[in-house]
Each structure stands twice: as structure tokens, then as C-alpha cells.
Design a protein around this ligand. Structure first.
Ligand code: BGC
Length: 604
């Protein structure tokens, strides 16, 4: 029985008067309380922010509270498609498409099984971030809570709203005649907490999505993870810096694969594990979360390599399970982020710099194509900072992919740092440690390698000449065991496109069109003239979307997205892309009459 409120009040009054009396009575005993203890608090020493103790609605609400208020789109139920036009406005003879770059391959025809299409990623296009039981991902958190981390301070709350508009999007892909769509699944839509119970509404959404894609005759190329780690896994153990992530990812991957394998043409477990470099360099995400696993808020190198380590292990486990247990037959790999690297001079030091850049990008995850281990340049430089694989793990990693996937955006020159490679390797505080090489988009004579992209993608220069030798380099020199290679992403952000205010200004995206034509020509030349087994190419991106820390203002789309009305419009680059595949024997399914004049073919 509890005390009535009147009785409680009496106790308080009694206690207060007893204290008053004691204050005047020097002989009174010191008041002590056995039920109080003191402690020394230090939040920066926290190893666990929020233990994942239950999977309740309250826990989910707490996670969303961490993110903050979410904006909901005006369109917030799945939209039934309206008919697409039979022909879209497109470039005409007054300014035709960009002409061919490699005349020797102008008549080359690709086989029907060449995989091609456009690409996206769940967080970048879906919007509807807290809809239908989804849990937050760390990418829902960042724009809301990491002040000024996003160049234009936009969030991904709505983005292209494809969660609700996918039926129209799929119909347009069909109408344009695009063979395949490379997209990713949002882990936290299926497992709101990253582990534990499955969110039926999220599964229903992807069931409908896969079904609709199939109805439209578009092949699904599916990525399981494109950087949107469930926030709960960060909260409870620091996500990719903990070995715990391996089991959680494998659990998620198995569920998705078992459910959607029948719809899927090719699987990517991970998008660019090299992202551990730039995403974990300020682990954990700037200053907004505690220092999990003691890897250090400012440092980050240990966090980067833990992240890479567990990512590759998770990939290998999924791959071996898929092939050996599930007996899956679809090709599976992971996408890589790397660029073609040229030596800045003929010196031995610059040749070594090139090797180091390659090792720290492709080589880091190259155990799949070699002996299952890290390259010597990583092991000797990083020492104990680099985790080690056991013999069993190396055996798991070795051979754990069916083809190589490269997101081949650009080319760099690399040089030894001014103080020399050896001095850098010996000094962990060196700004170039651990790669100990410097890269530049400027040729040795001082001229840029190509036209630069938007300021939000300042790392990107259009360098078509680089992609052709790059494909040879990967498959013939760097990883000679690679049986085939897919250019899983290539794309360009036209400078200041977001500053245009009218549709006509936006639609003629000349630099992107030029990039598309020149890259595709060179990819084809690698196949036809250099004998590289290139089996696919995907343009980034299906339409304008959320470009990570550059926000919505940096546009990579082959279609423009009006962020107010959510209407999509194919840009000139989309017609350049479609016209290229039609010219090379593919894209026959198009009902959109995409063939347009190019220079030299037009006569008045
Ligand atoms: C990533 C995409 C990104 C694109 C352009 C790729 O590395 O996979 O998510 O939008 O580059 O920066």
C-alpha cells in the first residue's frame, strides 16, 4: 500500500522541520543516506550509447528521437502510374548529341547478355525515411544532427520520393528501353533495428517493388548495403568497428537473398567498402556519437581498417553461404571504388606511389582475387593498426566473388610525397600516412586531365581516356584471376546545374552527355580492341538524388527531378546513353523513339 498524497505531504513537512531543527542544533548527528552513491561521469569514455535491449515501439521511437523531426512528402502513398508519353522531348539537329569518340568501335555490336542500365541507392532516392516501420539509418541521423556536415544543409527525408513513386519510375525505365536497374535495399526498412524482428510493411514494399520491376521487364541488379547502416547498430556496438556486425549483416543478407533471389540478375553485397576510408576517418561521424570500441574520435585510421576488415568478412560469409549452402546461381560480388592512376614521372618513387594508391584502394579488398589476405604495402605500413585474418578467414575470402565490379569515375596522377615514401611510412603523424602518396587531377605539365564536375563533386574530372587502360590494368595486371568485369557505376555532375532555374536550362547537360558517350566508347574499346571481358556498364544515376555530404544540390541524374512536383524529365545525357546502346545492338525495347541525330549525320 502506498501513502496517500496527504500523508506524503506530511512526511515532507516533517522532514523539512526536522532538518530546520538540526541546523540549529550543533550536537545533532550528520545526516547520511545509505541509498545514495556518487560516481565520476565522463561521457566521452562511453563505450555503449544505447544498448539494444528490446525491439519495442518505444525503442524505435527513441531511435527516431535521436534523429529529430522528419519532413513528410506531400505524396505519401504509393502512386499508380499514369501513361508515359510515347516520345519525350529530346535533342534535335540544331544541337545534336555528342559524336563518337572511338571511331574504330562505331559498328561494334554487344551481345544480348551485356548487362546495362542506370543505378541508384536506397538512401539517395527513396525518401519516406520513417515510413511504414522503417528504423533510422545513420544517414538519416547525419543531416539532422551533424551541424553543417552537408554542404547545402538538405536532408534525405524526401529526396526523389521513389518509395512512393517507383511504379511511375519503373514504367518510364521500360518506356525508355532500359534493360536493367541497379538499386539497393534499405537494411533498416527490413530490420528496423538492424537485427531482431522483421518489419512486415518494409518487406511488403520491396515485394511490390520487385514484382513491379519484373512486370515492366526490367532486370534487377541488387546491392544489399549502400552505406545506410541501421542506427541501432551504431548505438549498441559501433557498427562496422565491431565484429558483431558480421553476424547481423549475414542475417539480413540471407533474408533478402532468400526472398528476392528469384527476381535478381546479379548481386552486390556491398557498395564500395572503400567508403570506410572517408566515412570512418572522422569516426564516429564527426563528434555526434561516443567513441565506441576505443577507436578514437579524431584519429580514425584504426576505425577505417576495422570497418574494412569486418566488411570483407561479412561479404565473404554471405558469398560462401550463397554458393555452398543456398546453392545460388546468380553472379555475386561487391562494387569497388577506385580510379585509374598514372605515374607523375618515370621515377621509381612515382611508380611506387601508383602501386601504393592501388593497394590502398583495390588491394585492400583484393584478397578475394589473391590469397585472401591484405597486400604487403598495407601490412608493413599499418602494423598492428591493421587487423589480421586467420588462415580460415583467408580461405573464406579467397575466391569469394564471381566477377569484378568497378565504379570507374575518374583518373589521377600519383607521385611520391615531397618528403619521400620512406619518411612518411616511418611517421604515423605524416599527413599522407598510411598511403604515403599524393594524387592530383592535373597532368605533370600543369593542365587538368579533363573538365571538372560540380563543386559538390570536386574530386571528379571527366577522363574518358583513362577508363579503357584501367579495365585492362585491373583484369590483366593487378588481378589476373578476374574472369570478367562490370563498370558498376560511372557518372558526372554538371557544374552548377542546381543553379539553373528553368527546365530548358537544365535539360541540355552537355558535359554529362559528353562523359557518357566518351566513357561508353572507351569501355567498348576495352572489350572489342583490348580483349577485356567487360560484361556490363551502369550509369550513375537514374535521376538526381541525394549526393551524401553534398546534399540535394549536386546533381548526377540522367533525369531531372523537380523537387517540388517530383516530376522527372530525361536530360540530353539520357538520350546520349540510350542512343549509344541502340547503336551497339542493345536498347531494342525502347518505345520512346530515342534515336536522335549526331553530328555528321544531319543534312539540311
Ligand atoms: C557512390 C554513389 C555516389 C556516386 C557519386 C559512388 O561512389 O556509390 O553513392 O552518389 O559515387 O559520388
Amino acid at each position: 500500500m502506498g501513502l496517500s498524497s496527504a500523508a506524503r505531504l506530511a512526511v515532507v513537512i516533517f522532514t523539512a522541520s526536522a532538518l530546520a531543527q538540526n541546523a540549529n542544533n550543533t550536537a545533532s548527528p550528520t545526516i547520511t543516506s545509505a541509498s545514495y552513491t556518487t560516481t565520476t561521469f565522463n561521457y566521452s569514455a562511453a563505450s555503449t550509447y544505447l544498448p539494444l535491449t528490446d525491439f519495442s515501439n518505444e525503442q524505435l521511437a527513441f531511435l527516431w528521437d535521436q534523429v529529430g523531426p522528419i519532413v513528410t512528402a506531400a505524396i505519401n502513398t504509393t502512386v499508380s502510374p499514369t501513361p508515359e508519353p510515347t516520345s519525350y522531348p529530346k535533342p534535335g539537329w540544331v544541337h545534336p548529341l555528342v559524336p563518337a569518340y572511338v571511331p574504330e568501335v562505331a559498328d561494334a555490336v554487344l551481345p544480348d547478355d551485356f548487362l546495362w542500365g542506370v543505378a541508384s541507392a536506397a538512401f539517395q532516392v527513396e525518401g519516406a525515411v520513417d515510413a511504414e516501420g522503417k528504423g533510422p539509418s545513420v544517414w538519416d541521423l547525419l543531416p539532422h544532427r551533424w551541424v553543417n556536415a552537408i554542404a547545402d544543409n538538405t536532408t534525405g527525408d524526401i529526396s526523389a520520393n521513389s518509395y512512393y513513386l517507383y511504379k511511375q519510375d519503373n514504367l518510364r525505365l521500360k518506356n525508355l528501353g532500359i534493360q536493367s536497374y541497379s538499386f539497393s535495399i534499405g537494411w533498416a526498412r527490413i530490420f528496423p533495428f538492424g537485427r531482431g524482428p522483421i518489419n512486415g510493411q518494409g518487406v511488403q514494399h520491396y515485394d511490390d517493388f520487385f514484382d513491379d520491376l519484373e512486370q515492366n521487364g526490367i532486370k534487377a541488379v541488387v546491392t544489399l548495403f549502400h552505406w545506410d547502416t541501421p542506427l541501432a547498430l551504431f548505438d549498441s556496438y559501433g557498427a562496422w568497428t565491431s565484429e558483431d556486425i558480421v553476424a547481423d549483416f549475414v542475417n539480413y543478407a540471407k533474408y533478402v537473398i532468400e526472398r528476392y533471389d528469384k527476381y535478381t540478375t546479379a548481386w552486390y553485397t556491398f557498395n564500395e567498402p572503400q567508403y570506410c576510408n572517408w566515412r570512418f576517418s572522422q569516426y564516429p561521424f564527426g563528434t555526434i556519437l561516443p567513441d565506441y570500441n576505443g577507436v578514437g574520435k579524431g584519429g580514425g585510421i584504426r576505425a577505417q581498417y576495422l570497418c574494412g576488415h569486418y566488411t570483407l568478412l561479412a561479404h565473404a560469409e554471405v558469398y560462401k553461404w550463397y554458393k555452398n549452402v543456398y546453392k545460388g546461381t546468380k553472379p555475386m560480388t561487391f562494387k569497388n571504388s577506385a580510379n585509374y592512376v598514372l605515374a607523375n614521372s618515370t621515377s621509381a618513387a612515382d611508380a611506387e606511389a601508383v602501386q601504393r594508391v592501388n593497394d590502398y584502394n583495390m588491394g585492400w579488398f583484393g584478397g578475394v582475387w589473391t590469397d585472401g589476405d591484405y597486400p604487403e604495402t598495407l601490412r608493413s605500413t599499418l602494423g598492428d593498426t591493421l587487423p589480421t585474418y586467420t588462415a580460415e578467414q583467408k580461405a573464406l575470402i579467397k575466391g569469394a566473388a564471381d566477377f569484378y565490379a568497378i565504379d570507374a569515375y575518374t583518373t589521377y596522377y600519383a607521385a611520391a610525397p615531397p618528403n619521400g615514401i620512406a619518411a612518411c611510412v616511418a611517421n604515423r603523424s605524416d599527413p599522407n600516412f598510411p598511403v604515403c602518396a599524393v594524387s592530383d587531377s592535373v597532368a605533370p605539365d600543369g593542365f587538368p586531365l579533363g573538365p571538372n564536375s560540380d563543386a559538390g563533386a570536386s574530386w571528379l574530372y571527366s577522363t574518358p581516356g583513362g577508363v579503357r587502360p584501367f579495365l585492362s590494368f585491373i583484369t590483366k595486371e593487378y588481378f589476373p584471376t578476374v574472369p570478367s568485369i562490370v563498370v558498376s557505376e560511372f557518372g558526372f555532375a554538371d557544374p552548377a546545374e542546381s543553379q539553373f532555374s528553368t527546365l530548358p536550362q537544365i535539360l541540355w547537360d552537355l558535359r554529362r552527355a559528353d562523359y557518357i558517350q566518351s566513357y561508353l566508347d572507351n569501355i567498348l574499346a576495352a572489350r572489342v580492341l583490348d580483349g577485356v571481358n567487360v560484361t556490363g556498364a551502369f550509369a550513375w544515376a537514374i535521376y538526381d538524388n541525394y549526393e551524401w555530404t553534398s546534399g540535394l544540390g549536386t546533381k548526377f541524374g540522367l533525369q531531372y527531378v523537380n523537387l517540388t512536383s517530383q516530376e522527372r524529365h530525361p536530360k540530353a545525357s539520357m538520350f546520349q546513353f540510350l542512343n549509344w546502346f541502340q547503336s551497339h545492338g542493345l536498347g531494342k525495347g525502347s518505345t520512346a523513339n530515342v534515336s536522335v541525330p549526331t553530328y555528321g549525320r544531319v543534312r539540311m
